[in-house]
Design a protein around this ligand. Structure first.
Ligand SMILES: Cc1cc2nc3c(=O)[nH]c(=O)nc-3n(C[C@H](O)[C@H](O)[C@H](O)COP(=O)(O)OP(=O)(O)OC[C@H]3O[C@@H](n4cnc5c(N)ncnc54)[C@H](O)[C@@H]3O)c2cc1C
Length: 310
């Protein structure tokens, strides 16, 4: 997790891109059989091949159990039809973990499949034009009669939703860590800037109002970092409340990173709005962390349901 914070200080988008690849690698390593692991893990671990996570669809985002992409068993194969939306790395990745419906029984009817990039019938939409995250491709992934051997099923039929959700626990922590790295980089730049920038007879850093704001930004990041570490510890130990803690930490860290970066832009005055100063890009790139791997409203839903015992 800490490595993603460090990476994100240099480039938040590349760090987040690697975080998603890391989640896919973890899922394959955790739920794949020996043959699947032997085929893919060495190349995924070396990043010779990148992996994508295909859950979201045009008609099913937050309500992920409502996906409609189908995988129909046909002899020794499965045939996949449907469309995945907003897939990070689509068109560049070598392997796609695809959640698809093998039965009409809600979340329990979803299975996970390994689909290599070169499989006939697999195609990609045009690059999405985005507010940020320009350093990584986002496209639709389209399945038109994609035939894969049954040996590409990950674990068992019906395990797909659980696999998809368990990948997201660690994914959310790493995305939170990327937000902290971006927020920290923006704060560090701001401290340097306020030491150099003079107004009203001295450096702006001497204005107590601004110092208080820097103190709040620092405190927000440190609080989020502490919660992230607590959630990571729970995840490592398989604690009963790990899902709740990972959701809390994702919400807090991605909000903190974005809010700190946005405040850093304000503290740079007009220069914060210029691309040359590197702050506006951090703001644009961090905004999506509050949306993907479960929106921050869905994080509240997970925590709220856990409090209510639902
Ligand atoms: C750049 C980018 C990259 C992405 N990469 C991937 C990827 O690699 N793989 C992948 O599978 N997906 C990916 N996503 C998809 C992302 O996870 C979804 O966009 C996200 O889960 C939200 O789904 P949605 O966009 O359909 O919004 P909706 O589910 O339609 O939600 C719309 C709004 O309603 C709110 N909302 C929905 N339901 C509730 C509720 N019950 N209570 C309260 N509020 C609610 C949401 O929080 C949101 O604010 C990516 C998205 C983006 C933008």
């Amino acid at each position: 997790m800490r490595i993603f914070e460090e990476l994100a200080k240099g480039d938040t988008t590349i760090a987040a891109y690697i975080s998603i690849h890391n989640m896919v690698t973890w899922m394959l390593d955790s739920f794949g059989d020996d043959a699947q692991r032997a085929e893919w893990i060495p190349r995924l671990a070396s990043m010779e091949v990148l992996g994508s996570y295909c859950l979201t669809e045009p008609g099913a985002g937050s309500d992920a159990a409502a996906i409609s992409t189908k995988a129909i068993r046909d002899g020794g194969d499965y045939v996949l039809d449907g469309v995945k939306q907003f897939i990070s790395g689509a068109g560049t990745s070598g392997i796609y973990i695809v959640m698809a419906r093998t039965a009409d029984t809600g979340g329990r009817g979803i299975s996970a499949f390994l689909v290599p990039a070169e499989t006939p019938g697999l195609s990609f939409g045009p690059l999405e034009k985005k507010m940020g995250w320009h350093a990584q491709p986002t496209r639709q992934v389209i399945f038109d009669g994609v035939r894969i051997p049954a040996s590409n099923l990950l674990a068992h039929e019906g395990d797909g939703f659980g696999i998809a959700m368990s990948g997201l626990n660690g994914g959310r922590l790493n995305m939170g860590a990327c937000s902290l790295g971006g927020g920290q980089a923006a704060l560090d730049k701001t401290v340097d800037y306020l030491k150099e920038r003079t107004a009203f007879g001295g450096p702006l850093i001497n204005q107590q109002a601004l110092l208080f704001q820097l103190a709040d930004m620092d405190t927000e990041l440190e609080s989020a970092r502490t919660l992230l570490a607590r959630a990571a510890d729970a995840l490592d130990n398989g604690d009963a409340d790990m899902v709740r803690l990972c959701a809390m930490a994702k919400r807090v860290a991605t909000d903190a990173g974005f809010n700190v970066a946005n405040a850093a832009l304000q503290l740079h005055g007009g220069y914060g709005y210029l691309a040359d100063y590197g702050i506006e890009r951090i703001v644009r790139d961090l905004r999506v962390h509050q949306i993907l791997e479960g929106t921050n409203e869905i994080m509240r839903l997970i925590v709220g349901r856990s409090i209510a015992g639902a």
